[in-house]
Design a protein around this ligand. Sequence first.
Ligand SMILES: Cc1cc2nc3c(=O)[nH]c(=O)nc-3n(C[C@H](O)[C@H](O)[C@H](O)COP(=O)(O)O)c2cc1C
Length: 345
Amino acid sequence: MLTIDTLCTHPIIQAPMAGGATTPELVAAVSNAGGLGSLAAPLLSPLTIIEQAEHIRRLTDKPFAINLFVQARPQVDLAAVDAAKQLLQPVCAELGWETVPTPTRWCEDFEAQLDALITARPAVASFAFDVLHGSQLQRLHDAGILVIGTATNLREAIVWQAMGADAICLQGVEAGGHRGTFIGAQEESTLSLLELLAQCRPHLQVPIIAAGGLMDGKDIARVRAAGAQWVQIGTAFLTTTESGIHPSYKQRLLDAQEDTTRQTRTFSGRLARGLDNRFMQLMAPVAERVPAYPIQNALTGSIRAQAAKDKNTELMSMWSGQGVARTRNISAAGLMAALIRESQA
Ligand SMILES: Cc1cc2nc3c(=O)[nH]c(=O)nc-3n(C[C@H](O)[C@H](O)[C@H](O)COP(=O)(O)O)c2cc1C
């Protein structure tokens, strides 16, 4: 059976990034360049997961990964939803709306997504937000799929290893997008990538994948010297030609001259890092009161869709890591070539 170490020519994973960034073109371009492209599927329906995997296969015969958030079906309390809609009033006022519509659906069904992933049979499946049950992990292994678990602290890394993950992705606090934390408070998993690597390395026998703030080959060389076998890079791929993010969001990333990111739970109900903007500022006073993921994520969906229509980056979620000032306007193949060249220099 393949192991993560023998999978690709270069130990570079293009991070799964939900919300449209990881188009089949991006995933395939990275895999064709000798890395491991990842399709972010947390927000995709089971049918779309299968269709996108087929699309990727039309563009590459190389291995690729599919990623999911491990999540239970949410318990929805309609009174709490009404209260949460009230908290969004300052943003609704900006849009001239009375309130946000109540979503008809809060999230995809994880079990059905996992079935679709197994049907799509990528070489690798990666997971965040929780750990799989043993039987779920066994199903993936029986299908010949390698499993990567995301950890933001030592306890999570040890749990994923004990469950049988083939590699652990350590996500430092610099990382863009959502924290994968599932043991302890998200606000307390604050270790930088190098601190996390130093703490986890003595306890892990499986390959370590380093994620968070890695933007160039020098960064890659640094974390590999600190004990990571692989790297997972997100933000740097957001500004590639093949990335599917909104053009105005892409431009904001390319224009960034310094790190203006911060962590917020106001968009989704889970702590996530992105460029600071008006939405975050308006919602900061009630940040502790918004409902947990996925309720808040679904509730803000209509706002983010309207912001995209209006090209209004101030009300979009512009997830990004702390390395944002070093993004490049480049193709995915160009970025892969640069990362490989720089890390070998
Ligand atoms: C726009 C965006 C969306 C993300 N979505 C996901 C996701 O769907 N699943 C996941 O496991 N991680 C997700 N992440 C986290 C990345 O997988 C990775 O940990 C992070 O991008 C690494 O930090 P960097 O952006 O500084 O390179 C996302 C990150 C970003 C920037």
